[in-house]
Design a protein around this ligand. Structure first.
Ligand SMILES: [Zn+2]
Length: 322
């Protein structure tokens, strides 16, 4: 066992990662500590006492004797590949500045199958949303932006086909704090107000332009700073500078990493990946990013390959297990 709280316990460099997580046992122990950081909890009877059985893959509940695999109910469930490789993949993914591609992960990990690389990337991308994550607070700018080059769902690329994304960005001095974003159907109140409710904690200030869809926020528990742009002589990027900076960074990132061609279904996960990276852009250590990803990977629900394909409407044909 390493000294100190698990919170501070992660590799700082690739060399440290390789030295420390060179065996399945070491990876497993780390996953076990992250998954049950508050102590073991039986998924059947909620019992708090248990012990590792056999070779350590499985914990047995002291009360009901149910056996729970360390990877069951996580992103790593039913994997046929070594955890050592998964750990490398997570390190690699969090260290790609612009974001990761399936081909990149396949090459870097030496994976024989593109399908496996593709599935890993999408499973890990899903883990980038923190379950029960905190809402934004303080002063929060909210606006919508069109993101272009969106494919209508797995078909050919349709240039000019755009998706609407709602963006919320905390104001931090002259900069931006944390962000949240979500694809929305349109700019109606019924699309935008639920986004604000989930993204911003009540009692805080929401800054918007004059769009009528935002009217009524103050009766929903927010202080609403409504800035009418029309006729003010000001432009939106002056009135809502933070959220506009985020929108242009997002567009540039999609264009650079994904050549701007993204399926509508995948866009949600790209938004999550962008948000994950953006909100941790000042993390002192790359290792911390890796730690966050792995921590969320043991909390995230497993996504079977068939579901990934069904949800995204694409992806290579399954050949072997992932
Ligand atoms: Zn139990």
């Amino acid at each position: 066992m390493s000294p100190g709280p698990v919170e501070e316990d992660y590799p700082r460099t690739l060399a440290e990662l390789e030295a420390r997580f060179s065996s399945e046992e070491a990876c497993r122990d780390y996953l076990r500590r992250l998954r049950w950081s508050g102590g073991f909890r039986c998924p059947r009877c909620r019992g708090e006492r248990g012990w590792p059985t056999g070779r350590g893959w499985v914990m047995e509940c002291a009360s009901c004797h149910r056996q729970t695999s360390i990877t069951a109910g996580t992103v790593f469930q039913d994997t046929h590949k070594p955890l050592v490789l998964w750990f490398r993949a997570m390190w690699w993914m969090t260290n790609q500045k612009p974001g990761a591609s399936a081909l990149g992960i396949q090459r870097a990990m030496g994976l024989g199958s593109y399908q496996t690389a593709w599935a890993w990337l999408h499973k890990l991308r899903r883990a980038m949303v923190r379950p029960g994550r905190d809402q934004l607070s303080g002063q929060v700018e909210v606006d919508e932006a069109f993101v272009g080059g969106i494919e209508p769902g797995g078909g050919r690329r349709h240039v000019g086909n755009k998706a609407l994304v709602a963006i919320a960005a905390e104001v931090r001095g002259s900069g931006v704090g944390r962000i949240r974003m979500k694809r929305v159907r349109d700019s109606s109140a019924s699309s935008l107000q639920p986004f604000i409710k989930s993204a911003v904690a009540p009692g805080n200030t929401v800054i918007t332009d004059g769009l009528v869809s935002y009217v009524g926020l103050d009766s929903n528990g927010y202080r609403h700073d409504r800035r009418i742009i029309l006729g003010s002589g000001l432009t939106a990027d002056v009135v809502l500078p933070g959220v506009h900076r985020v929108a242009s960074l997002l567009k540039r990132w999609l264009l650079g990493t994904h050549q701007g061609a993204v399926s509508r279904e995948h866009l949600d996960y790209y938004l999550d990946e962008f948000t994950f990276r953006f909100n941790r852009r000042n993390s002192g250590s790359r290792g911390k990013l890796f730690y966050r990803l792995i921590q969320q990977a043991v909390l995230a629900d497993p996504v079977p390959y068939a579901k990934l394909r069904a949800e995204t409407g694409r992806g290579p044909q399954p050949v072997v297990g992932t």
